[in-house]
Structure formats: C-alpha cells, structure tokens
Design a protein around this ligand. Structure first.
Ligand code: FFI
Ligand code: FAD
Length: 627
C-alpha cells in the first residue's frame, strides 16, 4: 500500500489548523480535500488494494484520519450508501446504481434517523405512498418530527440518498423500506422541488461531515426507486413481503461489525500519542538525588495506558473474527439461509457497544494521562474522543443494543431450560455454572467470566419471570429488569471478547518468534487480569475467588505492568502510524513534543500581531476609566 503516495499529494494536509477556520470554511476545506483524496485513494485502491475488502476498509479508514481530523462529508457515501445499494438492491438496481456511485457520478448518504425517532425504526414517520395510476411513490414528511435529521453529507454534499420510509399501499402500512431518492439537481445542485434541505449545526465532533436535515412535500419518485431485493411492490400495487423483514436492517449490522475494528484503530492512535508523550515527559523527583523520571515509569501511568494497548489488540482480533462470521452469514443469506442471522445480530449488538464504551473511556484516559498538554486540540486526543464517543450513539445507541442482545440471551436461556440446544457463541451457556476451584490461569479466569455470564443471565430471567408471575405485563417486567438485562449482555460480551482474544492469539502464536510471542501473550494476560480485577465483585460473587486470590491477582497485575514496560514504546511503534496520521504535537515519532507545541502555538491567528486591535478599542479606554 503506497501510503507515501497518498500523503505526498499536495494540499491534502492542512497548513492552517482546522480549528482556526470558521464552520463554513471547515466544510469547504473538507470538500476540497475529499475530492483530492478520493482521486488519490481510488488509484491506490485499484493498483494495490484489491486483495481483501476488510484490509482495504481498514487502510482507507486509517489514512482518512490523517486528512480529516473530524471526518469527511463523503463518509456516509462509502460506509452506508454503497453498502445499502449492494445489500438491498436487485441485480438490476445494483448494476445501475453501483456504477454511478463507485465512479462518484453521484454522491449519496443513508437517511434513516428523524427528529422524532432514531432508535425506534418502526416509529419512523416519513411516508412513501404508492400511486398505482402513475406507478410512483409519493414521499412526504407529515410532521416536523418526521424530518430526516443527522445523515452525514446530507446537507450540501449529497445529491442522492437512500431514504428509509414507511410504505403505504391503498391506505395500508407495509413497514419501513429503502428508497433511492434524488434530492438535488445533477447540474445546478439546487434542491429538487418538494425537498427541504439544510445542515443541523455545530456538534461535539463530526463538524466536517455535513450532517443534514431533509423534509419532503409530496415528492414523487418512480416505482423502480424502491430498493427491492427483499420486499417488492408490483406495478398494480401488490406488496410482496421479503423472507424476513429484518433484512432491511442489514446495512446497520454491517456497520456495527466495522465499528469494532474502527475502535481498535482509534484506541491504537490515542495510546500511541499518550505513550510516546509519557516517554519524553519528566515530572517530579521521587528520589532526591536522581533526575526526574519519565512519567511512564509511574506505575499508575502504566495502569492508564497499557490496558489501552491490550484492548486495541483485543478489539482487532475480535473484529476480524466477527468479520469472518459476518461474511459467512452474508453468503448464507444470499442462498436464502437465515438461521445464523439472529446470532450475528446478537453478537454485533454486544461487541459494538462494548468496544465503543471501552474505547471511549480509554481514549479519554489517554487524554487525561497527558496532563495539561492533553487538553490542547493539537494533541489530537480531544477530537479522537469526539469521534469515538459518537459511535456510542450512532448505529444503534449502546443501551438499546445491549437490550437487543439481552433479548436473544433471554430467549436462548429459556429455550435451554426447556431442553432446546444452544448454538454458536451461546453454546457455553449450557456449560457448568457451578463454582470451580480458582486456579488463576488465563483459561480459568475466562471460564469464570463465562460462569458470571451464565449466572447473570439466569438470574435476570428469574427476575423477569417473577415479575410476570406477579401480574406485570412482559413489557413492564422487561423495563423493570432492564438494568440487569444490560448487565447480563455486558457479561456475555466480556466473555466473548476475552475468549476470542485469547483463542485468536493462540492461533497466531505458533507463527510468531518466541520473543514476540512472549510479549503479545503478556498483553493477553494483562487484559484478562485487568478485567478480573475490574470485575472483582462479580468474581467474588460468582466464581470461587478468595481474598488471597485477589491479592495474588493484584501482584500479578503489577508484575505484568513491569514486564511490559521495556517494550511499551515498541508496542505502540508497532501500530505503525505515520506522524501525519497521528496528527499530534505530543505523539510524533521523534518525541519533539515541546518544539511542536510551540510551533503550533505560533499558528494561532492571535500570534500574527503583537498588539490586538481590541486593546485600543476596549482595553485601554476601559483601564483609563473612559468606557
Ligand atoms: C474521501 C473518502 C472518505 C473515506 C471514508 C472512509 C470510510 C471507511 C469505512 C470504514 C469505517 C467504519 C466506521 C463506520 C463509520 C460509519 C459512520 C456511520 C454514521 C452513523 C450512521 C447511523 O447511525 S444510521 C442509523 C442507525 N440507526 C440505528 O442503528 C437504529 C437502532 N435501532 C434498531 O436497530 C432497531 O430499531 C432495533 C433496536 C434493533 C429494534 O428493532 P425492531 O423494533 O424492529 O425489532 P424488535 O426489537 O421488535 O425485534 C424483533 C426481532 O427482530 C430481530 N432483529 C432486530 N434487528 C435485527 C437485525 N438488524 N438483524 C436481524 N434481526 C434483527 C430481533 O432480534 C427480534 O428477534 P426475535 O423476535 O426473534 O426476538
Ligand atoms: C455523529 C452522528 C452521526 C449520525 N449519522 C447518521 C446517519 O448518517 N444517518 C442516520 O440515519 N442517522 C445518523 N445518526 C443518528 C443515530 O443513528 C441515532 O442518533 C441513534 O440511532 C440513537 O437514536 P436517538 O438519537 O433516537 O436516541 P434515543 O433513542 O432518543 O436515545 C436517548 C436515550 O433513550 C434511551 N432509550 C431509547 N429507547 C430505549 C429503549 N427501548 N429502552 C431503553 N432505553 C431507551 C437510550 O438508551 C438513550 O439513553 C447519527 C448520530 C450521530 C450522533
């Protein structure tokens, strides 16, 4: 992959830091760069990157972060518009639209969320009413809450979008379906008649993504604009249902799977910055006659950072494993086999939330670990946090997804108690949940996490059943138990994350050199030990750990931090981020953080002149009592 070629293109990297631009300038700059970047990336992609789709996505995603601190307005075109055409279009529709979308003859986005509803897709209010006389759908936004709200690129960039709307035929609703809608004229880029468009305003992050709103006033589109791979509307208005209405949600499952690897990347970036800075920063003097130590030598600092390295590895291994499952389920779906879709959905609903919860918390910890300088935007930790925390909400709010996963876990457990077999990643629920002697081994601890999950699931099912027996409706019982339902999903997700990280690393261990194997397995050990201590309450409650075992675990954790310390810088260097990609005054390879901080400070527009005009206008008269 010719990364050098991508980065050497003149004009891709900003001379003036983005934060000094106005909102409008930021957008205009990001469009200019998106076009340049797209052209560069495209040729790179064709020449070198056809081997493997996931590596390609990963590469593009990493390089994108060098060019766009706050992401590109083309983001949704690549991550959701194209995948939805692929996943929801008929062969004919795919052939027509993919050609145009891939060549960037059209730019699209994915417009699902509305002002009134994001989570509850079945509550969406945008209407698509079929008119059999003209063989058209009439798109309409009946109330303010039905306006589309959030889609990236929707405001001023996209000229097409996939709109998720409620289908009506002869007064009857047939659920939510995807429609390909042209929203702007291809020549003038003016919004088409019956279409109201705009930008939703400044946000915590994503400020160059051009998130927009969209309303329809009886806007007509032809029948062939409904993406009809699953459900169809025939010319006469006959509705032909798909084999499973949830196939319409396919793009979301795809992106949830991708988010796990995206979190691995973001965390790797943040910890590279914080760790390199910790190696050059010196502070305090614990021993009177010795120089100030590197802050990385404080064990509390190692505690903040090393888990982020291990977590990035854990997410990456889990992401690749989940991608394989996604890929094989997609092949099965293509041949009409739906059996493994619920398992995939449940897994994505566990791993997307856990990876975004952990990554968000650990990126913020990396920022805090850099003290005052971590607060500078030029450190690029605040923006990284802004992007990561968005993923807590988008593509399914985390609590909501954990509750979806709980739905599958409860169903599986109830079935298991009735004697139905458990399969896939839930098969362990049928295992032994009795307390075993604690041996402190990695496998033993992972087994304890499985026991915790079994016990939490069985306990919350009992709570649900008791509430129902006492006369509560299933919905009210569910809501009452929901705090512990999400805890059960988290426990299952933790068991999956830990065991997949361990087993995927074991698979690779044989091909690694002994020294490398040793270090990478230390990270696995650190990850497992860290989480055993984080969840020590669960361990004490559900596994047979004693206070003496906890003591040993704590000592082991301290020793692991010490063992990893000599390789810590090497481990983040091994993530292999170029300085341009880190985009950080604190994290550059050469360690010249203070020089860079000063160079960046000098780029502040306020430093362009020694005296600011406000002195003469306000300060001086004010100080002389003349204002
Ligand atoms: C220049 C180059 C530039 C380069 C660019 C470089 C790009 C590089 C790209 C790479 C970077 C990657 C990073 C990504 C960034 C992406 C950014 C994305 C931005 C954000 C996009 C968005 O944010 S876009 C909107 C997402 N908005 C949601 O995410 C709504 C959540 N809300 C629900 O998803 C549903 O509302 C919810 C809760 C399931 C209930 O749905 P519901 O009410 O209909 O269903 P029920 O709860 O009643 O469940 C009824 C039964 O359906 C089953 N089921 C439900 N869902 C199912 C499913 N999906 N599959 C199978 N089965 C499913 C369930 O398991 C039940 O099964 P059973 O009955 O057997 O128990
Ligand atoms: C940066 C960003 C980019 C986005 N890009 C897009 C895009 O390109 N296209 C698009 O269509 N959308 C996009 N979205 C929208 C996003 O998908 C939604 O915001 C998300 O799905 C959450 O829905 P919501 O906003 O309705 O939250 P809400 O559901 O209103 O959540 C608010 C609170 O209510 C709780 N809650 C809601 N329902 C339940 C429940 N059933 N049980 C328990 N608690 C519940 C949640 O846990 C949360 O605490 C984007 C959002 C962000 C932040």
């Amino acid at each position: 992959m010719d990364e050098q070629k991508v980065l050497s293109i003149k004009g891709l990297l900003d001379d003036t830091p983005e934060e000094y631009l106005s909102h409008k300038e930021k957008y205009e700059n990001s469009i200019r760069k998106s076009v340049l970047f797209y052209k560069t990336l495209h040729s790179t992609e064709d020449e070198n990157m056809s081997v493997d789709e996931k590596t390609k996505l990963n590469f593009r995603n990493i390089v994108t972060s060098a060019i766009f601190k706050d992401n590109s307005p083309f983001m949704l075109h690549n991550s959701m518009f194209i995948p939805t055409i692929m996943g929801q279009g008929t062969d004919e529709q795919r052939e027509y639209w993919m050609k145009r979308a891939k060549n960037m003859e059209i730019i699209g986005t994915y417009a699902q969320t509305e002002l009134g509803h994001g989570t509850f897709i079945r509550g969406l209010e945008t209407q698509a009413t079929y008119d059999p006389d003209t063989e058209e759908f009439v798109l309409h936004s009946p109330v303010l809450s039905s306006y589309k709200w959030w889609p990236g690129g929707l405001a001023h960039t996209a000229n097409y979008c996939i709109v998720m709307a409620r289908l009506y035929i002869k007064g009857k609703s047939h659920g939510i379906h995807p429609f390909m809608v042209q929203i702007r004229d291809e020549e003038t880029h003016m919004p088409l008649p019956g279409i109201k468009l705009g930008e939703i305003g400044a946000k915590l992050g994503f400020n160059t993504v051009n998130n927009g709103f969209l309303g329809f006033e009886n806007h007509r589109i032809s029948r062939d604009r409904m993406l009809m791979k699953n459900a169809q509307v025939l010319k006469d208005g006959t509705f032909v249902a798909g084999s499973n209405s949830k196939l319409t949600y396919g793009t979301m499952v795809y992106v949830r799977v991708l988010i796990v690897s995206n979190m691995a990347n973001m965390l790797a970036k943040a910890v590279t910055i914080a760790l390199r800075y910790s190696a050059i920063r010196r502070q305090s003097q614990p021993k009177p006659d010795e120089p100030e130590p590197q802050i990385l030598d404080y064990v509390t600092q190692q505690h903040k950072l090393f888990i982020a390295i291990a977590s990035s590895h854990a997410f990456y291994m889990n992401a690749m494993w989940l991608w394989e499952i996604y890929y094989s389920v997609s092949l099965q779906l293509a041949s009409g086999k739906l059996d493994n879709l619920p398992e995939l959905h449940a897994l994505a609903c566990c791993l997307k939330p856990l990876s975004t919860i952990d990554a968000t918390a650990m990126i913020e910890k990396c920022r805090l670990a850099c003290g005052g300088h971590g607060y500078m935007l030029s450190a690029n930790l605040a923006q990284t946090y802004g992007l990561a925390t968005a993923a807590y909400t988008y593509e399914g709010e985390n609590t909501v997804l954990l509750l979806q996963a709980a739905r599958s876990l409860v169903k599986a457990w109830v079935g298991h108690v009735k004697g139905r077999p458990l399969k896939g990643t839930m098969a362990y629920l049928a295992g032994d949940s009795t307390v075993k002697a604690w041996d402190g081994s990695i496998d033993g601890i992972i087994q304890s996490f499985k026991v915790v999950a079994i016990r939490k699931i069985s306990s919350v099912v009992k709570i649900l059943q008791d509430y129902e027996k006492s006369g509560l409706s299933p919905e009210d019982a569910w809501n009452k138990a929901s705090v512990f339902l999400t805890a059960a999903s988290e426990a299952h997700g933790r068991a999956v994350l830990l065991s997949v990280y361990k087993s995927e690393m074991d698979k690779r261990a044989a091909v690694l050199s002994p020294p490398l194997r040793k270090v990478l397995l230390q990270l696995v050990d650190l990850y497992v030990t860290y989480w055993a201590l984080e969840k020590v309450g669960d361990m004490l409650l559900y596994a047979s750990i004693t206070d003496k075992d906890v003591d040993e675990l704590q000592r082991r954790y301290i020793e692991l931090l010490a063992a990893i310390r000599p390789n810590a810088v090497g481990l983040v260097d091994a993530f292999d981020f170029r300085d341009e990609i880190l985009n950080s005054t604190l994290g550059a390879y050469d360690g010249r953080a203070y020089e860079r901080l000063m160079e960046e400070a000098m780029k502040s527009p306020l430093n362009a002149e020694p005296v600011n005009q406000t002195f003469h206008k306000y300060l001086k008269p004010f100080m002389r009592g003349k204002l």
